[in-house]
Design a protein around this ligand. Sequence first.
Ligand code: NAP
Length: 248
Amino acid sequence: MSRVMLITGASRGIGAATARLAAQQGYALCLNYHQRADAANAVLEQVRGLGVTAIAVQADVADETQVLHMFEAIDRELGRLDVLVNNAGMLEQQMRLEQMDAARWGRVLGANVIGSFLCAREAIKRMSTRHGGQGGAIVNLSSVAARLGAPGEYIDYAAAKGAIDSMTLGLAKEVASEGIRVNAVRPGVIHTDIHAAGGEPDRVERVKASVPMGRGGQAEEIAEAILWLASEQASYTSGALLDVAGGR
Ligand code: NAP
């Protein structure tokens, strides 16, 4: 029986690259997306073309009811869960902290932090040996922003990723004896759509001068790290914060 992986935010960018690599490795997939059904369906076609079982499920990960419905769809249509990739994430327009309002902080912390907590909770209920599961792995998408702070851009986003680091460290210890490994990947600056949401589509070109390797990363290079952490090759790795950032 195929191992089953849920990838949140699988319609574009790092999540879509992770879906394609996971399909090549034979995972059955639940591809979550928020608004871009067209993009999600394109990824769904690609992974099904590789011969794996896959479903696409719309859900805002920040919405508890929608997350519960998504996990019910996994139970019903895929029958089990082995890996959660907490990839869905977003940022908003670049600005200084004193220009931000509380509504924005609610959205940024909701999608990046609450979303990851909700999905982790539902995954643990299904994977933990404490609840009759067979173990599994959780891979969280943090960011080097958690240690760099994103001054003048989005300190709220950086702080959200700092929370993901803390969650990774604590949860790894909490469920280690229940067959679940919990790790995070901290990408550097990667060529995806996310920078356009900050108002700077070409941000990678500006920032790459500060990357020791002198270039931005590709989504596929992050997917490789995610798939390794999800795999049995990483059987003794838990609580790791893995920087994939060109040395930055
Ligand atoms: P992206 O290209 O902007 O794609 C974001 C994905 O997340 C899309 O599939 C989007 O769905 C989904 N999404 C956003 N908000 C969601 C929500 N509330 N509920 C469900 N899905 C949601 O982003 P990316 O660059 O691939 O980033 C993926 C992860 O890596 C994020 O956690 C991000 O913070 C992290 N990261 C990225 C970089 C980078 O430089 N790109 C660096 C460090 C960390 P729709 O298509 O439906 O909108």
